[in-house]
Design a protein. Structure first.
Length: 116
C-alpha cells in the first residue's frame, strides 16, 4: 500500500469515527467513552499525515509509532463499547476490523523503516 493510499484510508477512517461517535447515545458514560474514542481514532490519521511530511526517517518512525499507539487505544475503546453492549451496531464491528487492518499496515511500515 502506497503512502497516499494509507493517508486516504486513515482519513476516511477518521471520518467514520466522527460519524460513529455522533450517532452514540448522549448519556454521560457513553459520551465519556465516545470522547476518548474520538481523540485517539482521529489521531491515527493525523499522525500518518504528519509522518509523511516528516523531515527525517526518525521523524517518520516516531509519528507512525504514535499512530500505532493511537490505533491500539482505538481498539480498546471500540472493544469496550462492543463488550459493554453500549453499541450493538455492525458499524462498531466494522470500525474495529478497520482499526486492526490499519494498525497492521502501520506496524509493518515501522518494521520496514527500521530494516527488520
Amino acid at each position: 500500500m502506497g503512502k497516499d493510499e494509507l493517508k486516504y484510508r486513515a482519513y476516511k477512517f477518521s471520518l467514520e469515527i466522527v460519524k460513529f461517535v455522533a450517532s452514540l447515545s448522549k448519556d454521560r458514560i457513553t459520551q465519556i467513552i465516545a470522547m476518548q474514542l474520538l481523540k485517539c481514532g482521529t489521531s491515527v490519521g493525523a499522525n500518518v499525515v504528519e509522518a509523511q511530511s516528516g523531515t527525517s526517517r526518525k521523524d517518520f518512525i516516531n509519528f507512525y509509532s504514535i499512530a500505532l499507539k493511537s490505533a491500539n487505544e482505538t481498539k480498546f475503546w471500540l472493544c469496550l463499547l462492543r463488550d459493554s453492549k453500549i453499541s450493538k451496531s455492525n458499524r462498531c464491528l466494522h470500525l474495529l476490523e478497520e482499526t486492526v487492518e490499519i494498525a497492521k499496515i502501520i506496524g509493518q511500515s515501522i518494521l520496514t523503516m527500521k530494516g527488520k
